[in-house]
Design a protein around this ligand. Structure first.
Ligand SMILES: [Zn+2]
Ligand SMILES: [Zn+2]
Length: 350
């Protein structure tokens, strides 16, 4: 994810609620925040009044501090007034969004609501825990230009996806693009986006003029749009750009956006336009760089302002760079020049 300027946006609140506290952003819509043990140090999660209880949207990671925050929120005297969780909706499969889903649904006998690809993909990635690194994964990063020291980082990280996810429920309630969910007194439309994850659900409520955008639209950072070793030829950038268009048509600019990271904001269309512009700028710079053959790891300077110097950034930068390369390959504007003796692919403009 990279930091982008967002000067046209308006932020109605300058401060987020502390963990264990809530802020009411609309009638019956509560904003809560959980800490994350990562460089991106927080996630926003939401409680929607739902009859006698609450529908929770996104959950935080399964960490001791998030367990404490939920206990505080859900205590008899807590900000959620001792009312039960009636269902958990996860916008997508990433551990910060689904990590506590299992714990919450088991505690209240509730269901987990997710899109099918997010639920199934999450089960697949969690099942990698404890497996050795697959040859396909090594091949993917070697082809991107990683050396042996960098590949050692892959061996270390592989299988860590499930570390911050409490055991997922073995069944779920599927939600689909275009479906309307009645939650308390309001109707929320499921609006699926792609590119960041396979079937990411945003929730749009026209009556309240609110969009719970998950990681599909963020105000201050661009969402990670990456190619992963499981699908090395994927073109998630096409899906990402199509989703920007789709959301722009489906949701008005006046809507208050409730993103998973940073602060609620207004100015959705300006933000979507800026995100699309930054993709096109990156593609243009990348094409210029590819007048000479380059490996995936050689093009970081065309796409990222900051140096890629720690292992977690290397994963993200490699995946995002590969997404840009694959997009241009799909369009016939870039080709593989050759594969060298270390099995690294060198790309050039067509
Ligand atoms: Zn995510
Ligand atoms: Zn997230």
């Amino acid at each position: 994810m990279s930091v982008t300027s967002a000067s046209a946006l308006h932020y109605p609140w300058s401060d987020a609620p502390a963990p264990g506290q809530t802020v009411e952003v609309a009638p019956g819509v509560l904003w809560m925040r959980m800490t994350l043990p990562t460089a991106l140090n927080h996630i926003n999660v939401w409680a929607l009044a739902d009859g006698a209880g609450w529908t929770v949207v996104d959950t935080g990671m399964h960490t001791p501090s998030t367990v404490d925050a939920w206990n505080e929120l859900l205590s008899a005297q807590g900000p959620l007034q001792g009312r039960p969780v009636t269902r958990v909706i996860s916008t997508h499969m990433h551990p910060d969004h689904v990590g506590m889903a299992g714990a919450l649904v088991r505690r209240f006998g509730a269901r987990l609501w997710m899109t099918r690809l997010e639920y199934l993909h999450c089960r697949v990635l969690v099942s990698d825990t404890g497996r050795p690194v697959p040859p396909d994964g090594v091949h993917f990063y070697r082809r991107a230009g990683w050396n042996d020291a960098q590949l050692a980082g892959y061996h270390e990280k592989f299988g860590s996806f499930g570390r911050f996810i409490d055991q997922l429920p073995d069944s779920y309630r599927r939600i689909e693009d275009g479906e309307e969910l009645t939650i308390g007194a309001h109707t929320w439309q499921v609006l699926v986006g792609q590119g960041h994850s396979p079937e990411h659900a945003c929730l749009y409520c026209p009556q309240l003029n609110l969009l719970i955008s998950g990681d599909q639209v963020l105000p201050r950072i661009s969402s990670n749009v990456s190619v992963h070793p499981t699908e090395p030829d994927a073109d998630p950038l096409s899906e990402w750009l199509a989703s920007i268009e789709k959301i722009r048509h489906a949701v008005p600019n006046t809507t208050l956006v409730l993103p998973a990271h940073n602060l609620p904001f207004k100015g959705l269309h300006e933000r979507l336009d800026a995100l699309a512009r930054s993709v096109h700028t990156g593609l243009t710079q990348l094409l210029l760089a590819l007048r000479e053959p380059q490996r995936t790891i050689d093009v970081f300077g065309s796409l990222f302002a900051r140096p890629i110097n720690d292992p977690s950034l290397l994963f993200m930068a490699t995946g995002e760079s590969q997404a840009h390369l694959n997009h241009l390959i799909q369009q016939g504007r870039v080709v593989v020049d050759h594969v060298d003796s270390h099995q690294a692919a060198w790309y050039r403009a067509a």
